[in-house]
Design a protein around this ligand. Structure first.
Ligand SMILES: [Zn+2]
Length: 163
């Protein structure tokens, strides 16, 4: 057995320390110092990992996290600028796509409304001129009617002494 072949058996020897190495592997171990040292180190590492226990989190950890989440939920709803800032800070970019689409739609709408308003704004000018002309004519008409009435009245006044 060479070192390469022993590597295949090394895994079983480390994971099952109770299992005795095969006679061929045992022969290689006694003849090969590097492989023997590697097996020894790996067994020591695995033994240390078995003995190690993960530290328990502080008993107050869950309570504090829950309290902070509740405080955040009960706090006044963020205004539009704060929500926008949080979105800009923490988003992944995928959320930007509908936002960009909305922005583009807004730009198109504003542009369309702008041209519409411009067209609406441009039309009143001739109409206003027409209205003004009509108002002038109306005023003239009224003046003529008033003059007619005056004429009639003066004729009536003249007529009274005659009767
Ligand atoms: Zn070896």
């Amino acid at each position: 057995m060479n070192c390469h072949e022993f590597q295949n058996e090394l895994e079983d020897l480390v994971l099952n320390p109770a299992q005795a190495p095969s006679p061929v592997a045992q022969a290689h171990l006694s003849n090969c110092d590097p492989c023997s040292a590697e097996l020894k180190e790996l067994r020591a590492t695995f033994a240390a990992m078995d003995a190690w226990t993960a530290p328990e989190p502080s008993p107050w950890f869950d309570t504090r996290v829950t309290a902070r989440v509740r405080a955040e939920q009960q706090s006044a709803p963020a205004n539009f600028l704060e929500r926008l800032r949080a979105r800009l800070l923490y988003n992944t970019g995928a959320q930007f796509r509908p936002m960009m689409a909305t922005a583009m739609a807004l730009v198109l709408m504003v542009g369309g409304a702008g041209t519409y308003l411009a067209s609406v704004k441009s039309t009143p000018a001739p109409r206003a001129a027409v209205v003004e002309d009509l108002q002038i004519l109306d005023r003239n008409d009224q003046a003529i009617q008033e003059m007619d009435l005056l004429d009639d009245a003066s004729q009536d006044d003249e007529g009274i002494p005659q009767t």
